[in-house]
Ligand binder design. Structure first.
Ligand SMILES: Nc1nc2c(ncn2[C@@H]2O[C@H](COP(=O)(O)OP(=O)(O)O)[C@@H](O)[C@H]2O)c(=O)[nH]1
Ligand SMILES: [Mg+2]
Length: 359
């Protein structure tokens, strides 16, 4: 389930390896079921979750996960996780929470106030959903995001250990993610080893486009899901096995909202906007622009034909994220691509130094 829009309740994400033709389901159960504990007790756990937040913002979580992961030289990671209930982790955050949920009688007095602008912590206005009350839904959302963050950290460690730069491309549908990837892969293949994880609700279209550049690619179809999550990426990595020191490009599902919330373990997000979408998008979808390090303004070849004020757009983007780097590009005509490639080289060099400095 997406914690932002609640989609994908019955999603069965599917992975296709374009190199071998192998198709596999991600998780044996629908996504909502996978939100549950590894041992399948999730609904019960969520329902038993008691969270008695205090006015001063202390949340007491009762759950403690032991992870026993180890990595072998050939790059395979074995995870041996198990969960103990009734353990005591005290987290001190700024969330004021007043919820109290029982599995059987569904008492629910939820109220979540937040000082955070993060969408995960935004006040929820949804009504209680059967069969679980809103307190349960909030708890399940927390559990989902916590699980995703844990897996994302694991991905991040995996990338770091291998000197792989991972980039997460996000945009609304049709902004030009795949077109930019096609150009970049064709232009830089001889210089940099790259592989791609494609995310779309349905079809292998994009993965086939990428495969035709000669690049290794897996397609993840999220079904009714609106974003990639860290587990999907981990599965994709398992099939792709990207080379040491290579670049992994992840094309997320076209959606300017939910992918902002899900950390995949990437080094940074690149948000792509196009001149046909209007210059106010950074203001309307601030979370995505805030979460991104680089902003590509695509389709600048169309500027003579559309009403789009580049300066206004750039000012809007910088207003929500003063740190964001903006590059105007055209995937079809080639404008700005050399600047993009220079950015990629510099980002990679930065990673190299960081990797060397921390190993
Ligand atoms: N004029 C123009 N069209 C583009 C450009 N980049 C992509 N397109 C077109 O926009 C449409 C969507 O592109 P695609 O790469 O599939 O977008 P995605 O959904 O973000 O992956 C296609 O028809 C592309 O040919 C560009 O720079 N200029
Ligand atoms: Mg695409």
């Amino acid at each position: 389930m997406c914690t932002t829009c609640g989609c994908s309740d019955d999603a069965r994400p599917r992975l296709t390896n374009l190199q071998t033709g192998e198709v596999s389901l991600i998780g044996d159960e629908p996504l909502t079921a996978r939100a549950h504990d590894d041992d399948g007790h999730a609904v019960a756990t969520a329902s038993r979750h008691h969270s008695h937040g205090h006015g001063h913002g202390h949340t007491h979580e009762h759950g403690h996960t032991h992870e026993h992961g180890h990595t072998h030289e050939h790059g395979h990671t074995h995870e041996h996780g198990h969960t103990h209930e009734q353990d005591h982790t005290h987290q001190h955050d700024h969330t004021h929470q007043h919820d109290h949920t029982h599995a059987q009688d569904q008492h629910d007095h939820s109220r979540v106030d937040s000082h955070s602008s993060h969408p995960a912590h935004a006040p929820s206005h949804s009504h209680a959903d059967a069969p679980f009350g809103r307190g349960s839904v909030v708890a399940l959302e927390r559990q989902l995001l916590a699980k995703n963050d844990k897996l994302a950290e694991r991905n991040r460690g995996w990338f770091s250990g291998r000197g792989i730069l991972a980039l997460n491309l996000v945009s609304s549908p049709g902004a030009g993610k795949t077109s930019l990837l096609e150009r970049l892969l064709s232009d830089l293949r001889a210089e940099i080893a790259m592989s791609v994880i494609e995310g779309d609700q349905e079809t292998l279209n994009d993965a086939e486009r990428i495969r035709s550049t000669g690049c290794d690619v897996v397609q993840i179809n999220t079904g009714t899901g609106c974003h990639l999550d860290a587990e999907m990426v981990a599965r994709g990595l398992d099939r792709l096995n990207p080379a040491l020191g290579s670049v992994l490009l992840i094309e997320n599902v076209g959606n300017l909202v939910c992918p902002a919330l899900f950390d995949l373990g990437e080094h940074c997000k690149i948000v792509i906007a196009s001149v046909t979408e209007g210059e106010d998008k950074p203001l309307k979808y601030p979370h995505m622009f805030r979460a991104s390090e680089l902003l590509l303004l695509n389709k600048v070849d169309l500027l003579p034909h559309v009403q789009f004020d580049v300066k206004k757009f750039e000012a809007a983007a910088l207003r929500v994220n003063p740190e964001i780097q903006i590059l105007p590009v055209s995937a079809t005509r080639g404008d700005g691509l050399s600047a993009l490639y220079d950015w990629l080289r510099a980002r990679r060099a930065r990673l190299g130094r960081w990797t060397a400095a921390t190993t």
